[in-house]
Design a binder for this molecule. Sequence first.
Ligand code: GLU
Length: 472
Amino acid sequence: MTVRTRFAPSPTGVLHLGSVRTAFFCWLYARHHQGTFILRIEDTDRERSTEENVEAILDGMLWLGLQADEGPIFQTERFDRYEEVIAEWLEEGKAYHCFCSKERVDELRAGQMARGEKTRYDGKCRDRSDVEEGVQPVVRFRNPLDGVVTIEDQVRGTVVFQNSELDDLIIARSDGSPTYNFTVIIDDFDMKVTHVIRGDDHLNNAPRQMNMLTALGAEPPIYAHLPMILGPDGAKLSKRHGAVDIRDYREQGYLPEAMLNYMVRLGWSYGDQEIFSIDEMIEHFDIEGVNHSASSFNPEKLLWINQQHIINASAERLGQALVPFLEEAGLDPSNGPAPRDVADGFRERAETLRQMAQSARYCYEDFDEIDVKAAKKNLRPVILGPLKAVRDAFAALPAWTQDAIAKTIEEMAASFEINMGKLGQPIRVAVTGGSVSPPLDVTLMLVGQDKTIARLDSAIEFIKARALQAID
Ligand code: GLU
């Protein structure tokens, strides 16, 4: 059997963390089994679906690299097909017209609720053959009255539903438009979906969908309902737990592979491995490893995973990803060191690309002030001589290479009989304006020879001025 999965978001909202996990599991499962991944946009709810949300979903999927083999297929383009099946079912008695007014159905529901019963349509029109003039009927599916529907769910195990608990679902509204559960099964059938992987908020829809698939003469697909994602406080994940739109994470400087790595671990495990490349996830992912209980979103862990992926990414890719963040920070990536070199130099100490761009500011731009604490501690008169000597030695270097820089600092420290740190830290503070940076030779390489010398000159002036102040 060739595996065919689908991700079927409704564009009534953006692509959020929960839907990303569903999409990714569907994609991974298809990739793992060399199958086909379908993207279907369930946009039949015309009032709540928006173009912006469709855009958010497509854009988010593109950023994450979850390319569809088929689609996007829009349900609104398939209305003819839905109408065709509805007509067939009416003809065959698998569905029927229901003329019950909204008031009657509401009253029925209120009464059932008052009696503490499960709310359900009572089947008044089920066996009715007359037509009520002037009323636009809805169409209901004739659900079996008794027996059970058994789902062998790949995550939840065997789940049994009583048909007596399921009522006759409306499959077409009075304006003729098809409803959600119905369009899902027509599409799953037409698109030959073999595995339905989705959030377990859809588990209750599964028995109705299976009954309708049976009416269609189809074998139901294999179901896997994924447990919920909770916020760190144990409540259902929502806006107040952080970013909602997956693209917000892109803006904050997360790498897509880190997002996917984090999402896969939210509900799936493979031994105690935490960091996975995309290829490793494809290789190891299977439904058997999916947890049965809900998992909690942990922003700190996401940050840590992002950092690990920053460390592992190729310099080329990281550099490209860094460019928009440099620009956002008001820096000009074409006027300074190559972003790939900056990314390579800073990768060990950045949790996000945004943070990386901020800390690399001094590679592109002069700073106005030296960090006061760092200056007090490191730029003192005692270092004036060695700093001047380093400045001159740097100026005399014919080639500004990492080796030459390291060697110069080493030689100067030796000639002044001070240890490397005692000289290195003042140089760092002078050239970066602060006390934290990548290894000094890397840092100075990135800043460049001219800027390094100019900043050493400023630091020398700064120390002299301070010494004078102290005398005054
Ligand atoms: N359109 C549904 C949703 O966005 C998913 C339907 C399904 O996966 O069966 O929640």
